[in-house]
Design a protein. Structure first.
Length: 175
């Protein structure tokens, strides 16, 4: 009788584990990638540029996550005021649609925050804006691991800050 219960418990454990491992099969092929490029932040009459780096993981062909960090380059000066993007960070859920063996379309949605330095008539202060972000893009690989990515992202400020349109081009490397 004791052997019967051990055998029944083992079968029950296998019955539970089999569907769980079958559900994880699409996520068993995980690849990691990185991007480095230039991003134009435009909105509210202001254009700012940044160097952007991304690190992401792709789970199978269609789903991924990525984090990005941008560091501002240059200032926007107008009428005695100066605006500089110190940095921007965001995290995204990404959907990929392979259209060729070496090309993908992508869509992403996430949450981020931007830190600005503002100077008005010699008075300096910082500003932080939280954003909900969503966008689309495409990437093309010249080799198995190296390619280029073009993307557009919309940043909607959550607290009356400036909304922005981001246009980016970056080098992509799959690890």
């Amino acid at each position: 009788m004791k052997t019967f219960f051990i055998a029944a418990a083992s079968l029950a454990a296998l019955a539970v584990a089999a569907p769980a491992s079958a559900q994880m099969a699409p996520f068993s092929n995980v690849s990691v990638y990185g991007n480095l490029g230039w991003t134009d932040f435009s909105g509210s009459g202001t254009d700012l540029s940044a160097i952007t780096g991304r690190l992401g993981a792709r789970f199978g062909q269609y789903v991924g996550v990525e984090g990005e960090v941008s560091g501002g380059i240059g200032n926007r000066d107008e009428n005695g005021a100066s605006l500089h993007l110190n940095n921007a960070e965001a995290i995204y859920a990404v959907g990929f649609l392979p259209i060729l063996p070496n090309a993908d379309l992508l869509a992403r949605i996430g949450y981020g925050g931007n830190d600005y330095h503002v100077s008005v008539n010699g008075n300096n202060f910082g500003a932080h804006v939280d954003t909900v972000n969503y966008g689309v893009g495409g990437q093309y690989f010249f080799t198995h691991a190296d390619g280029v990515r073009l993307d557009y992202t919309r940043e909607d400020a959550t607290d009356h800050g400036p909304d922005a349109n981001l246009f980016g081009v970056s080098y992509v490397h799959k690890f």
